[in-house]
Design a protein around this ligand. Structure first.
Ligand SMILES: NC(=O)NCCC(=O)O
Ligand SMILES: [Zn+2]
Ligand SMILES: [Zn+2]
Length: 503
């Protein structure tokens, strides 16, 4: 059966009668095609899940669905490098699973995310298998980072297996969450060394976990039990200290480093200093840190205040502006969400003790809109830079560019149409995440999302298929590792390691 592009067709197999959605042919006409390095008015032709042609005035053909994008931007779908779907954390599980979270993402113009798989009882291989199962219900492309929460030979072997055979090229180390996920400096050092050997990017959640525990006890002891105790107990100085420490250890090992959720000027200053000295440090702000301040954490209504509890905390006025400026000048490289939603019932577990409020906020559905408003509408960055920080930079860092992160012939057909004049509004009443609150009430822009060459979001409606999402393996030794061996040689001599002196 042949038709106009996006209907279901039935394939007659030798024994079974199988029904599948055929890969539609789509022509996006008249839009401004934006990549990270240039923009042009052009048409985009999509077939077989890939972008086939990007050129002006492509002829319309029979059987091809035409989408008019005049006056709109045609861009690579967003890639969110930091999500936690159905993550077990603080006695709860984040309330979006891979299907609901990805629906939310697609409706907001994000077509790929990289989720943090956690070890199962410290076992990385088991954790990976568990995450593979969780992700079976996916409806868009995704990858995994893996967390390392302790150190032993089995962890080292599993890291090797994950990199060499399972498409993982990044590992996260938590310097906070004492007693659960936190690692010591010794474990951090061993992990960094292994990452370097494997060509995998080490990532850090940088807060001084020992000091946070002390701060929590101190604030709670003063009788401050509400959500405002959260930011008071883990001030920016503790984020700055851990960021600086991780950066220095990474320098000692001579490995690249990726700092997740940079939330404060203190952490930003450390990243900035390291980058100015030539160290390969990537700083990732998240939308909450870029767009919000901590004022809501003092709201007398617990439900309102608790939904803003995440770690590191959303900071006081002034930090978000500094993060925006650093993003606009390239000191910070890309924007994530740290999407880790807990609904109000889950948050209520900490009603009488802020230390028990599950940490995490929403964002995967809102990121593209918020970054547009905060960074492009405000005049801080160009539209090409918008593509860089929401998609291309992530694809390059995690070594999947230009399969992802570009509107180029041969790239995966993950494409969005963004109307800069749209007036859509974000609201907890209409959003697609399972969370029952929304910290971004009032923002919106993406009109059409194409994922794997299919229109999956249009006219505020989904056409997604459970199980259609694909795991995107990511190869080690991305560009951050280029030439590192040459630096190693110089570095060793500058560290005055034993050398053959021909005595
Ligand atoms: N960020 C947060 O509060 N929750 C998710 C876990 C993490 O990234 O630290
Ligand atoms: Zn974290
Ligand atoms: Zn996170």
């Amino acid at each position: 059966v042949r038709g106009n592009g996006d209907e279901e067709i039935c394939l007659v197999g030798s024994e079974n009668f199988e029904c599948a959605q055929k890969s539609p042919k789509i022509l996006i006409k008249g839009g401004t095609v934006v990549n990270a390095d240039h923009q042009q008015i052009a048409d985009v032709y999509i077939e077989d899940g890939k972008i086939q042609i990007v050129a002006p005035d492509i002829k319309e053909m029979e059987g091809v669905r035409v989408i008019d994008a005049t006056g709109k931007f045609v861009m690579p779908g967003g890639i969110d490098p930091h999500t936690h779907m159905e993550m077990p954390f603080m006695g709860e599980e984040s309330c979006d699973d891979f299907f609901s979270g990805q629906q939310a993402a697609l409706s907001g113009g994000t077509t790929m995310h990289i989720d943090f798989a956690l070890p199962h009882n410290g076992d990385l291989a088991e954790g990976f298998r568990l995450w593979v199962q969780k992700a079976e219900k996916s409806c868009m492309d995704y990858g995994f980072h893996m967390a390392v929460t302790k150190w032993n030979d089995k962890v080292a072997q599993d890291m090797e297996w994950l990199v060499k055979e399972k498409g993982i090229n990044s590992f996260k180390f938590f310097m906070a969450y004492k007693g659960s996920l936190m690692v010591s400096d010794e474990e951090l050092l061993q992990g960094f060394k292994k990452c370097k050997e494997l060509g995998a990017v080490p990532q850090v959640h940088a807060e001084n976990g020992d000091a946070v525990a002390e701060g929590q006890a101190r604030i709670f002891g003063l009788g401050i039990t509400g959500p405002e105790g959260h930011p008071l107990s883990r001030p920016p100085v503790l984020e700055g200290e851990a960021t600086g420490r991780a950066i220095k250890l990474a320098k000692f090992v001579n490995t690249p480093l990726y700092v997740v959720h940079v939330m404060s000027i203190d952490a930003l200053d450390e990243v900035s200093r390291a980058r100015h000295s030539g160290q390969r440090v990537i700083g990732e702000p998240v939308v909450s840190g870029l767009a919000l301040n901590d004022s809501k954490l003092w709201d007398p209504d617990f439900r309102t205040a608790a939904m803003y509890v995440m770690s590191p905390p959303i900071r006081a006025v002034g930090h978000s502006q500094a993060l925006q400026d650093a993003l606009s000048t390239g000191i910070l490289q890309l924007v994530a969400t740290d999407h880790c939603p807990f609904n109000s019932k889950q948050k209520a577990l900490g009603k009488h003790d802020f230390r028990k409020i599950p940490n995490g906020v929403n964002g995967v559905e809102e990121r593209m809109h918020i970054v547009w408003d905060v960074m492009v509408n405000s005049g801080k960055i160009s539209v090409t830079d918008y593509v860089r920080i929401t998609s291309a930079a992530c694809a390059k860092i995690f070594n999947i560019y230009p399969q992802k992160g570009a509107v180029l012939p041969g790239s995966d057909a993950d494409v969005i149409i963004l109307n800069p004049n749209a007036e859509t509004k974000i609201s907890a009443k209409t959003h697609h995440s399972r969370i029952d609150t929304n910290i971004y009430e009032g923002w919106g822009k993406v009109e059409v999302t194409i994922s794997q060459g299919r229109v999956v979001w249009e006219n505020e409606q989904f056409t997604v298929e459970r199980g259609s999402g694909r795991y995107i393996p990511m190869k080690p030794f991305g560009y951050l590792f280029d030439g590192l061996d040459k630096v190693d040689a110089t570095y060793m001599s500058s560290m005055q390691a034993p050398v053959n002196r021909n005595f």
